[in-house]
Design a protein around this ligand. Structure first.
Ligand code: ADE
Length: 246
């Protein structure tokens, strides 16, 4: 999958290429990243990319001309890519959205700075808007990193073990179960015995029960919208009984 990012701070995106799972995915060409900097499209000696908002008020906006020129270059290089603007006003990005975006062959992300971008640029070339959460960041670079990371790990061949994205928290609309590694006893606390039993069915049930229980405790609204299978209902009832007894 090909990602184009329009950003005044390309260095922030570079870290993705150098680190961990995403770094390996880009190295193996599972994904590609192309960057465009609106500052390269300015024509004045100061290379101005921002200006004051009409109507007054604090802060600056990204000027339309260099931003639009950068986006147009990105679109010419990636003609089939939808253009996404990262903004707190956008559709909430979640695991379901990541799964949807992972089906695409390309996308262009616009990372805004300052108080935002001139609305005429949005009207002219933005196909969709995404928010990574109900808080305001200083720019769209971190949201772009979040979106690309979440999508890249879903691409075939991105993870060493292809199963592990499927087992991630949220892939099944549940929170993840607890995990343990060596030593077997750490600071007096033992690993749950079932995980040492070698009984794969029992381990699967325990993990599912922990996922259900954690979701019930921490994010009950996820359970109400999801519904439970018969087995899941039994496991959750047992978890709740144990919780009430303890
Ligand atoms: N830009 C600033 N804050 C943002 C957020 N929460 N999501 C997406 N883009 C943003």
């Amino acid at each position: 999958m090909r990602f184009g990012v329009v950003t005044l701070f390309p260095g922030m995106l570079q870290s993705l290429l150098e680190t961990g799972v995403t770094g390996r995915a880009f190295e193996r060409r599972v994904a590609q990243l192309v960057l465009w900097n609106p500052r390269d499209y300015t024509r004045d000696v100061h290379r101005t990319v921002d200006d004051r908002p009409y109507g007054g008020g604090p802060g600056m906006l990204m000027k339309p001309e260099p931003l639009l020129a950068a986006i147009e270059d990105a679109r010419a290089t990636m003609p089939h890519a939808r253009v996404a603007y990262l903004t707190p006003q956008g559709r909430r990005f979640d695991q379901r959205a990541a799964t949807e975006l992972a089906q695409r062959s390309a996308m262009i992300l616009i990372a805004g700075r300052y108080e935002g971008v001139d609305e005429r640029v949005v009207g002219r070339c933005v196909d969709e808007e995404w928010s990574i959460g109900d808080y305001v960041l200083s720019g769209g670079e971190l949201p772009a990193l979040v979106v690309i990371d979440a999508v890249v790990r879903l691409l075939p061949g991105a993870l060493g073990d292809d199963d592990s994205a499927q087992q991630d928290s949220y892939m099944d609309d549940l929170l993840d179960c607890p995990h343990y590694t060596r030593p077997e006893i750490f600071d007096g606390e033992a690993v749950p015995p079932v995980l040492l039993s070698g009984d794969h069915q029992a381990i699967r049930r325990w993990r599912l029960q922990q996922s259900l229980g954690r979701t019930w405790l921490r994010r009950p609204e996820l359970l109400s919208s999801r519904g439970l299978s018969a087995e899941e209902q039994i496991l959750l009832d047992e978890f709740i009984r144990a919780q009430n007894a303890g």
